[in-house]
Design a protein around this ligand. Structure first.
Ligand code: NAP
Length: 256
């Protein structure tokens, strides 16, 4: 559950970004890129306290204020309470990055209902929970940025990832619907679709699989979390004020 609210001492001229899954991998790189770009950061994570605290220290070293919140985004009540705690601590949130994601890869015949629901609940419903909880604030302040972490498999599908690909395709539909609904209020909503990026998530893949993907990727290498974070930071910036409902692939050319 969210921690008890306590006002954070910070420079109020800095904008606030809430990054789910912000403690590790692409989310951590995004938190750091946004901190460098002038944001203070609320980091949402699922359970790895050590990674979250390490990330907070790295963000603070960039001169930004930061606090970590343990919250399962799939749980509606926890998500709502955490958004309230972040707003109480930091004030209004300007950017939401929905990065929290999990995989439970297996072939269709072996995929259980639980494998399917768990992935949909975190990757898709979690993003919906956060967007809904923050939408009133975005509308009130007549502006904001939402960036959702989709995936190229949400565009092309993938063997062994029926649950994950469905969640990411759903996220793209959610992105475009929210973009249309909130465009008139000055709020943009975009998605990025990374290909294969070096993080703990892909470290689970067998070496043979990684080598096969590398051979297929026109740029002949996996991407880095920082390369994804730079695009997310652009979408969260004033420079992207007329970009909404877009899905930007970051995949070394894999799915063109
Ligand atoms: P990662 O290294 O596994 O990190 C996942 C992050 O999400 C962690 O901070 C984790 O917190 C958090 N998280 C997981 N479940 C959560 C939940 N229920 N509630 C709140 N936070 C939760 O993942 P990644 O590889 O950086 O991927 C980040 C995003 O990019 C995901 O949405 C993923 O689907 C997407 N993506 C990744 C790749 C890739 O190749 N890596 C490609 C395309 C798309 P804890 O540390 O506390 O567990």
């Amino acid at each position: 559950m969210a921690e008890a609210a306590s006002l954070i001492e910070r420079d109020r001229s800095r904008r606030v970004a809430l990054v789910t899954g912000g403690s590790r991998g692409i989310g951590r790189a995004t938190s750091l890129a946004l901190a460098k770009a002038g944001y203070d950061i609320a980091v949402i994570y699922a359970g790895n306290d050590e990674a979250a605290q390490e990330c907070i220290s790295l963000i603070e070293a960039e001169g930004a204020a930061a606090k970590a919140y343990k919250c399962n985004v799939a749980d509606e009540d926890e998500a709502k309470a955490t958004v309230k705690a972040v707003q109480d601590d930091f004030g209004p949130v300007w950017a939401l990055v929905n990065d929290a994601g999990i995989t439970r890869d297996t072939l269709l015949a072996r995929m259980t209902d639980d494998d399917f629901s768990a992935v949909l609940d975190v990757n898709l419903k979690g993003a919906f929970h956060m967007i809904r909880a923050l939408s009133r604030g975005f509308v009130r302040q007549k502006g904001g940025r939402i960036v959702n972490l989709a995936s190229v498999v949400g565009l092309s599908g993938n063997i062994g990832q029926a649950n994950y690909a469905a969640s990411k395709a759903g996220l793209i539909g959610l992105t475009k619907s929210v973009a249309k609904e909130l465009a008139g209020r000055g709020v943009t909503c975009n998605a990025v679709a990374p290909g294969f990026i070096e993080t703990d998530m892909t470290a689970k893949l067998p070496e043979k699989t990684v080598a096969a993907y590398e051979a297929e990727i026109p740029m002949k290498r996996l991407g880095t979390a920082e390369e994804v974070a730079q695009v997310v930071a652009f979408l969260a910036s004033d420079a992207a004020s007329y970009v909404t409902g877009e899905v930007i692939r970051i995949d070394g050319g894999l799915c063109m």
